[in-house]
Design a protein around this ligand. Sequence first.
Ligand code: ADP
Ligand code: ZN
Ligand code: MG
Length: 474
Amino acid sequence: MEYEAVIGLETHVQLKTRSKMWCACPNEFGAPPNTNVCPVCLGLPGVLPVPNEEALRLTALAGLLLNCQIPPRAKFDRKNYFYPDMPKNYQITQYDLPSTVNGFVEFEFNGGVARVRITRAHLEEDVGKSFHFERTSGVDFNRAGVPLMEIVSEPDITSADMAYEYLNALKEILVQGGVSDCDMEKGMVRCDVNVSVRPKGSRELGAKIEIKNMNSFSGVRRALEYEIARQIEVLRSGGTLTQSTRRWDDVAGVTEEMRTKEYAHDYRYFPDPDLMPVAPSEAWLAQVRARLIELPLARKQRLMRDYGLPAGDAEVFKSNVPLCNYFERLARGAKNPKAIANWLLNNLQARLAETGTSLDDLKFPPESLLELVALVENRTISSSAAQQVFAEMFDTGRSPALIVQEKGLAQVSDTAAIEKFCDEVIAAHPGPANDFRSGKAAALNFLKGQVMKLSKGRANPVLVGEILERKLKG
Ligand code: ADP
Ligand code: ZN
Ligand code: MG
């Protein structure tokens, strides 16, 4: 029997706020252990949490970016469990009234656009981090109480590769939207992976296996590849699967069972009595909406449509917002956006990388690039001369026209001068000239090259070709 995979992801993302979720401790990575802590995030008795307004705004913003609805009322609940890295013995989260619901993410996959529905994106808090030493263990509470958003997908994902692309798309949206830095190295994105298999075409869901706390996208992909194959194997050999939680062992490349799955009632959720429900006002939502960006995929599609860019160019711009903004500033209303894109993607990016500078440090004004494109287009300079002009303009910031003049790079379009060059070359190379006359078309390129050399690269190559042909045929 053929089987198919069904996958849903729960992705935890640290929000980009200055302070923690319920206190004024800094939300910062890399501080010495237990230095960014206070009675609130340590869960000492008698303290009261104060919601971080920016975290609420970022959650709503993320919801809008994920095409979610913002319900009129949200609330915070306590999820009760004991674990050493959680000082309060409960985690504040949103249970039945999350901040955002019913959205979707679209991304390119398999030559088309895939859509994964988002069940909800809710706000909660992070926990501390345990460390195990030779003889003791320790907990660093710097991360306890950092605002965390959980994005729950519907089980719409059908393969390991699709899960990987979904995660990349999600990350790109959240980073560009300013919701999170999504720095994987700093553990800012963590994922619970839910996967089941079922007979191909079946409408029923199989037993859900959850792989907890994955911290890399490639790890998610590998774990899924392994787990899907394992589940199919179990069913094929007549076994059954039961809902359970597994752990991914990255070194061994296998998943192993941790526990059979806990259920919601195990957590004894109840509304946090210290926190008021949240009811976003229209004015507050308008403020959040003002921070919306054009989604990366929509922008890529628009670049292709409006400027006729090939998908490859548009893809590079999509993932590099400053460069894309720079491009659009120049390309709006320009005759040849593709030529501008070429300069940015082939020359400018390379020079920025070589010199370790950014777009903000450019010595030349953006208009200089338009001028350069125009000089090539109206054949004032050849494309090889344009490379020289660009290099000089990048290094000094001087205007292309000035550089062309100073270096004598203007093409010779004066027919009389080119005729003279052509006569000289034909006289000097009778062999290739005769070859051409007797039908060897390729000989013309050699002669053209000689004329260009003689003119020190300045002769207009189109004119050279025309004049040579006329002389040789005549
Ligand atoms: P729980 O109540 O155990 O948290 P949910 O129904 O809330 O389970 O789903 C959690 C995640 O698991 C969601 O991302 C959802 O899409 C996914 N999921 C649910 N059922 C299945 C299944 N049978 N196979 C794969 N993924 C599933
Ligand atoms: Zn604190
Ligand atoms: Mg659930």
